[in-house]
Design a binder for this molecule. Structure first.
Ligand SMILES: Cc1cc2nc3c(=O)[nH]c(=O)nc-3n(C[C@H](O)[C@H](O)[C@H](O)COP(=O)(O)OP(=O)(O)OC[C@H]3O[C@@H](n4cnc5c(N)ncnc54)[C@H](O)[C@@H]3O)c2cc1C
Length: 374
């Protein structure tokens, strides 16, 4: 077989690039994925009870990018959806990111009122203050509040999620966790927040439905290396694996998902409940809250973070530590030296960087403009 492009991976990065190259440059693309489905980690399907679920954990679409929104809107209609998350803290459910409503959920009204007034006076209304910055305050009550949030909402969750203490992670991660001085309980504040009306997989089917695109599933690209002739390659798999781990393995955090079906119509009041301090799972998500699906029964997913082992589970989150970035840079240099630009590495695994879905799409659109598209 002869094609212009071989694209490894049918997730957001690979699918968007395939679509752009096929439809805008008129070139032939072969997309291969070693999984038995398209969509990468955003893949969804109807479980045996008829509930639309996400195989690799809950995926909620949100973006501030008009370009990304307009691009994806060619392939899906949307269902507006504002994700809400509550954390279980000392037997109470409080909105996260921590905000002014969380104060009232946790503390007696008079005390919550005093803290609210102080927060607004110090930082202003509608402002997101990084928790580590708030911890620097001289005010005793505010310091108490910052320590309380850090200890009860942030610390335990981070420890479970990463298997590391917050101080062992890159400060860019810990520094980002905000206290939101607002009454806005939405988990995201992006301009566009919605779920693909018929699910992610249907959207991917439409993205890839071009006559210049051929998709091969259950296929590792190495299996077809000798049989397919291509001019250029885009690789969205793990960059360390591409080079046979010659410089060492890039660390990832993995997850185990436990799906539960209950015969009740709804199980929880919001999309996701976080458990920072109890149990060994981090969160429970109810899919019908995300999809708005009307059907009997409900399906939940419980997430158990665990160490990554290539034989047992999937590489989900690149571990944000400087030493891992240094190792990644060695692979980047190797790619430049040995391949001289003939292979483009991209996406969550190729760039060894956590991307939200919209960031993966934006990166794919940028790469497309760099290879000669508009
Ligand atoms: C648990 C979890 C929850 C998330 N929730 C959200 C969310 O709510 N909102 C959000 O915006 N983002 C979320 N994300 C991020 C989202 O999953 C990513 O942005 C997206 O998956 C990136 O797409 P990608 O194409 O770069 O990678 P992927 O989706 O991982 O696609 C890469 C594909 O390459 C294939 N592949 C790898 N190696 C080979 C090989 N050798 N041969 C053939 N195929 C290969 C893989 O099988 C895979 O299908 C979440 C991620 C996780 C892990």
């Amino acid at each position: 077989m002869k094609v212009d492009w071989l694209i490894v991976g049918a997730g957001f990065t690979g699918a968007v690039l395939a679509e752009r190259i096929a439809s805008q440059l008129g070139q032939k693309v072969l997309v291969v994925d070693r999984r038995n489905h398209i969509g990468g980690n955003a893949y969804d399907f109807y479980d045996e009870h008829g509930v639309l679920v996400h195989k690799y954990g809950p995926h909620i679409f949100h973006t501030n990018s008009c370009k990304v929104w307009d691009y994806l809107s060619q392939f899906t209609e949307w269902r507006p959806y504002y994700h809400r998350v509550l954390a279980s803290v000392e037997g109470k459910l409080v909105p996260v990111p921590f905000n002014l409503n969380s104060l009232y959920a946790l503390f007696p009204p008079k005390y919550a009122e005093r803290l609210e007034e102080k927060l607004i006076r110090t930082y202003g209304f509608g402002v997101k203050v990084p928790i580590l910055k708030m911890k620097e305050t001289d005010d005793v009550e505010m310091r108490f509040l910052a320590d309380y949030i850090y200890r009860n909402i942030f610390y335990g969750y981070t420890l479970k999620q990463w298997g590391l203490k917050p101080e062992e992670l890159d400060p860019s991660v810990t520094g980002r966790v905000p206290v939101y001085i607002s009454r806005d309980d939405r988990y995201f504040q992006d301009t566009y927040q919605a779920m693909p009306k018929h699910g992610y997989t249907v959207m991917f089917q439409r993205i890839l439905a071009h006559k210049n695109i051929k998709v091969l599933l259950n296929t590792d690209y190495r299996e077809i290396a000798g049989e397919v002739y291509f001019n250029r390659m885009i690789y969205t798999g793990p960059i360390d694996e591409f080079f046979g781990f010659t410089k060492g393995s890039l660390p990832y955090r993995s997850l185990r998902f436990e799906f539960l079906h209950l015969s009740e119509e709804w199980h929880q009041n919001v999309g996701t409940l976080n458990y920072p301090n109890e149990y060994d799972f981090t969160r429970i998500t109810e899919f019908k809250r995300l999809s708005g699906q009307v059907c009997p029964g409900t399906t939940l997913v419980v997430e158990y973070p665990e160490a990554y082992d290539p034989v047992v589970n999937e590489p989900y989150y690149p571990v944000p530590r400087e030493e891992n970035q240094s190792l990644y840079r060695l692979y980047k240099e190797l790619a430049q030296k040995e391949l001289e630009g003939r292979v483009i590495f991209a996406g969550r695994l190729g760039d060894y960087r956590y991307y939200n879905m919209d960031q993966a799409v934006a990166r794919a659109l940028t790469i497309f403009s760099e290879i000669g598209g508009r």
